[in-house]
Design a protein around this ligand. Sequence first.
Ligand SMILES: C[S@@+](CC[C@H](N)C(=O)[O-])C[C@H]1O[C@@H](n2cnc3c(N)ncnc32)[C@H](O)[C@@H]1O
Length: 207
Amino acid sequence: MTDANREPHWETVYTTKGEHEVSWFQENPAPSLELIDLARPTPESAIVDIGGGASRLVDSLLARGFRRVTVLDISQAALETAKARLGERATEVEWVVADVTKWQPARTFDIWHDRAAFHFLTDPADRSAYLACLQQAVRPGGHVIIGTFAIDGPEKCSGLPVNRYDAASLAKELGEGFELVDSRRQDHATPWNSTQRFQFCILRRTG
Ligand SMILES: C[S@@+](CC[C@H](N)C(=O)[O-])C[C@H]1O[C@@H](n2cnc3c(N)ncnc32)[C@H](O)[C@@H]1O
């Protein structure tokens, strides 16, 4: 996928499909919340959800009292869906429409969360740009949580090819300066009850 057709792809997805018509829909983002807990956050921890889309993770974070939540996505329509669902509470969130491979974060975060966005970056140059952004955005001692399709997970997501990872290969992508804290596999049930194998990792920025 080229830079130019990435945004139209996702805008089409979110303007033509309902919440329950996308494979990644999750009523309860429990796997993400478990790993966020491992980072021992406080209500003041700054958390960014990269490629957050219309995910309900932001609802759970606000319900848990987090006050510095940012949701970034390439699709404006996805963020509008999340905002509409949250109603007045949407004003408590910072919403960023951006391609993460081009984003220039204005400040640092304690927790970087990404469920099923990084795995679309099949071009090494895009992964380098993502990692450069991540390094700018995550403070030393901060945590990175990334969920991708597992090695034995699907080869495509939303009709696009993905890279699949295990904990070792994902940690290798992040490279020196990040230590693997924990990892787990998760079987995600799509709205039509097929199973997608995910790999989640939490890493700590050491340097
Ligand atoms: C499979 S969906 C997952 C959405 C959400 N994280 C969840 O768990 O429900 C992938 C999301 O990543 C977003 N995305 C894909 N490439 C992106 C990029 N380069 N920059 C920012 N967002 C991107 C898409 O718009 C979409 O919302």
